[in-house]
Design a protein around this ligand. Structure first.
Ligand SMILES: [Mn+2]
Length: 347
């Protein structure tokens, strides 16, 4: 087999005019993803640690699309264990979760989705490093451009929305639509976050044309909780503290509390919304313990705060109104620092 050529450096900021209103709603098919896929036979797809609906939806969406349009290609999705609520997605059973031991496994091409920086890759770093040709699609304004061939559109509500604009609609079937729609609703909070645009709704409408069970997807992927997840939400609300005249609500859930509720870190994603929804709260902060000296920070804002700037201070990232990071060590000192950063923005 002839050695495949590297794609030339793309690095495109899709939406040059600022603002979600400037997103192209004509959805004229962008062929650069097809052009790249066409050149390679053995393709890896990966996303970020603790995969969310958008990460999983975009990875499986592209996997199913490649199966439809390029059936002879070998394609493997590498991701950490996924949330139970997302295990209805087509292709989920074929995900390779067990790749830590296969460090360095080589592919002709790796497609990196919804991951804003190299350290977000987690265990798939080794596969990424072993694979010379790389292509990435993302919508995080904080993206560090760690993949040369990057299509980045910070105005897009989700990676899945952006991915749809790059697919040949003829090969977007029920399975692809299930995956992409799931990522769209989870990243846009069922079309309510400020990132939701006219294009978001047009893409969602086109996916609904594939007869997907959208009500079941919305309940299953977004609203439903296990009893254990409901318990940890109740714990967070029961133990919430307020700062800055009630404009900031924060809760700390340590390992002990998580064990008592019967949850693990991958069950924590809905908890912060309960804090954010409290009337008068502009900023919600959830800190939960991963390990002895390892904490995860989640931040949400309602109207004006730019919580991604706070997350970046801790080496994390995300979006203007929804961001996350982690820290090691002293809880008290780090909490104090986060609250100071929140205080600097709150009004
Ligand atoms: Mn995303």
């Amino acid at each position: 087999m002839p050695k495949a050529k590297k794609p030339k450096k793309i690095c495109i900021l899709q939406n040059k005019k600022k603002g979600r209103e400037a997103l192209d709603i004509n959805l004229k098919n962008d062929t650069q993803l097809d052009d790249v896929i066409e050149k390679y036979e053995n393709i890896a797809i990966t996303g970020h640690v603790r995969p969310d609906g958008d990460c999983l939806g975009s990875c499986l969406g592209i996997k199913n699309y490649i199966n439809n349009k390029f059936p002879s290609k070998k394609v493997t999705v590498y991701l950490e264990e996924i949330m139970d609520r997302l295990n209805f997605l087509p292709g989920v059973e074929e995900i390779d979760h067990d790749f830590n031991k296969k460090a360095g496994r080589k592919h002709d091409l790796i497609i990196v989705l919804d991951a804003s920086s190299f350290d977000r890759l987690g265990d798939s770093e080794a596969i990424f490093e072993a694979t010379e040709s790389r292509f990435s699609i993302d919508h995080h304004a904080t993206n560090t451009h760690f993949v040369d061939n990057l299509v980045l559109e910070p105005e897009s509500s989700s990676t899945c929305e952006l991915v749809y604009t790059m697919l040949d609609p003829k090969y977007v079937d029920y399975n692809v639509a299930m995956c992409l729609y799931t990522g769209m609703i989870t990243d846009s909070g069922v079309f309510k976050y400020s990132s939701t645009s006219k294009r978001t709704m047009i893409v969602a409408g086109e996916l609904m044309d594939r007869n997907i069970p959208f009500q079941t997807i919305i309940d299953g992927a977004f609203y439903s909780k296990t009893y254990e997840q409901a318990k940890v939400c109740a714990y967070a609300i029961e133990n919430v503290k307020f700062a800055f005249d009630g404009k900031c609500a924060y809760a700390i859930v340590d390992k002990n509390a998580m064990e008592k509720c019967g949850v693990t870190p991958k069950d924590m994603d809905g908890t912060i919304d309960e804090l954010r929804l409290i009337i008068g709260v502009e900023c919600a902060l959830l800190i939960y313990q991963i390990d002895e000296n390892d904490y995860k920070i989640s931040l949400r804002a309602k109207d004006y705060m730019e919580v991604d700037k706070i997350a970046v201070e801790f080496g994390g990232g995300g979006h203007v109104r929804a961001a996350g990071a982690s820290f090691d060590g002293n809880l008290e000192a780090n909490l104090k620092k986060i609250l100071e950063l929140i205080g600097a923005q709150i009004r």
